[in-house]
Design a binder for this molecule. Sequence first.
Ligand code: ASP
Ligand code: CP
Length: 318
Amino acid sequence: MHLPLGDQRSGRFYGKDILSVSQFSRDDLEYVFGVAEAMRTMVRHVGTFDLLKGKILANLFYEPSTRTQSSFMAAMQRLGGSVIPISEVRYSSVSKGESLPDTVRTLECYADVIVLRHHEEGAAAQAAAAAKKPIINAGDGPGEHPTQALLDLFTIREELGTLDGLTVTMLGDLKFGRTVHSLSRLCSLFDVKLRFVSPPQLEMPEKVTKELTARGVAFSKHAKLEDVLAQTDVLYVTRVQKERFEDLALYESLKHAFVVTPAVMAKAKPKMALMHPLPRVGEIEPSVDDDPRAAYFRQMECGLYVRMALLAMVLGKA
Ligand code: ASP
Ligand code: CP
């Protein structure tokens, strides 16, 4: 077994920020996925190992998180490194008014890499402009969530074997959902058909659809899931992003616009991957969880291996 791990300071991601999926070529993805597979093998065989011994990650979260925060933490610890967790900026000097550039300049004095989640689009790029150490974007407002999209693609590959030739349907809040902004851009590297199903108020932003058009991606917009369900290979469900609404009455009227139930699954392909970045708040009924096509819990586990791969790569060890 060849594990692509060890000193790779000439590696293509060594010392780099990960801000957007636009940084990745198809070749890069194969590389990330290869390293993620090696990480999975190591975790299953030995659990924890010392590839990043002595390295420190600062986890800086201005917004709530369960998965991203804990999987980056677990990833660093499984690689033998350690973590400075700032998961509640209220208790940090941010609450005294410290700026984002000053906060990251502080943390890079102590850490080798910073994972940042922030409520403003562009915050990760702003942090990267201030920092010398790598910044990994863990979600910037309604902008992007690149590490999520990488783990989503890794999951699709695991579930269905290939990405080429698939119809990927994204359902729900496509306006504010940063995961679908990243995932649809990343899908443009493959021969994929995209179907966007949402209420009219929550359509995929023009900024994203223009990029898809420029890259020659086949996509279409729909108001009803039934229009596309029978041809869908990956059904990617999203939460209506309550925290981005100014008008909460509008949120209330849209929050359950689409709910995946066993009856919906009965009309879907027998071989399909049902995915969700999570948390879900009613968009997929728990009664669907035992359906073999429900991939969202497996999807979370993939996040650990992909994030281990990314940390090792930016720190020159993969
Ligand atoms: N956890 C994902 C994100 O932070 C999806 C969501 O919150 O709905 O973007
Ligand atoms: N998928 C995701 O980013 O989950 P968290 O918001 O819990 O980190």
